[in-house]
Design a protein around this ligand. Structure first.
Ligand code: 13P
Ligand code: SF4
Length: 308
């Protein structure tokens, strides 16, 4: 084990910390983490941990979610600037204005977890890619749904549930890079391969997939697939997790038109050195106004209840 990894483990023990890492984190961070998973799994673990400190290796909204459900714990993330294009595409003041202007519609607001605490506070329920279908199925039948901020995930949920929704025009800058051509080309190179894609991809790409699911569900899909070759259409960090969990499979990265794989620059801002520093200094720390935290917590708890 490298000196840096050993230092991280020593600091973790000294701080009474747990290290959570999203499936898109770099291989070295995944390997030093206590838990690696998708947004839903990590939110559940964050809710149930009794560690004093949570070091969240992911993007800002994920660490913020951990803080919302753990007001008394210290939550740190290695790089404060690790954002998300989906979060940026739905500023809370814009959503608030839209809801005011459309007050007569009495929208039931379903927010994908990739959004700020302030957007969560304006929402009725939160969902992740792992439970979005189930959450929308439980929405009140007599109210129109506004789905924010990912129009691609929203469109996929509409296809799956048959429930019409008004969609906020946001998207993930990584997943929209995959195109019908780039995925068809790699399929042609691997005849017989199955394709698994994240629901943040566009419909043109989703239509080429054998399965559309969250990053965690990709692990069981690949493990149980009846073939060896599987094309994985999501951020590149996922491949490390999948290769560890499914050593017998030939896992092929989905290419974009420009690159052999797609990286999320925000996810990759975190490094082992920054993880060591945040455990050492307990900074950058997530802090939040208590009134905002309480308003953001209610729809999150509803999600956890509705997807238990
Ligand atoms: P998952 O919850 O499926 O891991 O997705 C998170 C994400 O940011 C996808 O881009
Ligand atoms: Fe956000 Fe896309 Fe990065 Fe996921 S991959 S954190 S949705 S920018």
């Amino acid at each position: 084990m490298s000196d840096l990894k050993q230092e991280i483990l020593d600091l973790k023990n000294r701080r009474g910390a747990v290290i959570l890492a999203h499936n898109y984190q770099s291989a070295d961070i995944q390997d030093v983490a206590d838990h690696v998973g998708d947004s839903l799994g990590l939110a559940r673990i964050a809710k149930n941990t009794d560690a004093r400190v949570i070091a969240f290796c992911g993007v800002h909204f994920m660490a913020e979610t951990a803080k919302i459900v753990n007001p008394d714990k210290i939550v740190v993330l290695p790089d404060r600037d690790a954002g998300c294009s989906l979060e940026q595409s739905c500023p809370a003041p814009q959503l608030e204005q839209f809801l005011k202007a459309n007050a007569d519609r009495n929208y039931y607001v379903v927010a994908y977890i990739n959004c700020s605490a302030a957007v969560k506070a304006l929402s009725d329920v939160i969902c992740t890619s792992g439970n979005a279908v189930r959450i929308v199925e439980q929405a009140p039948a007599d109210r129109p749904i506004l789905f924010v901020p990912d129009e691609n995930l929203g469109a996929w949920v509409m296809e799956r549930t048959g429930r019409p929704m008004d969609l906020w025009k946001g998207s993930c800058y990584v997943h929209v890079e995959f195109t019908r051509d780039s995925i068809q080309r790699i399929k042609d190179e691997h005849p017989g391969a199955l394709v698994v894609a994240h629901p943040e991809c566009t419909q043109a790409v989703r239509l080429l997939a054998d399965e559309v699911c969250s990053t965690e569900q990709m692990v069981s899909f690949c493990r149980n697939a009846p073939v060896n070759d599987i094309i994985v259409v999501t951020e590149s960090g996922m491949l490390h997790r999948l290769r560890k969990e499914c050593p017998g499979k030939n896992l092929i990265t989905g290419p974009t038109d420009r690159c052999a794989c797609a990286d999320c620059r925000y996810m990759k801002m975190n490094t082992l050195a920054k993880l060591r520093d945040c455990l050492d200094k307990l900074e950058p720390r997530i802090e939040m106004d208590e009134e905002l935290r309480r308003r953001a917590e209610a729809p999150l708890l509803r999600m956890l209840e509705q997807s238990a």
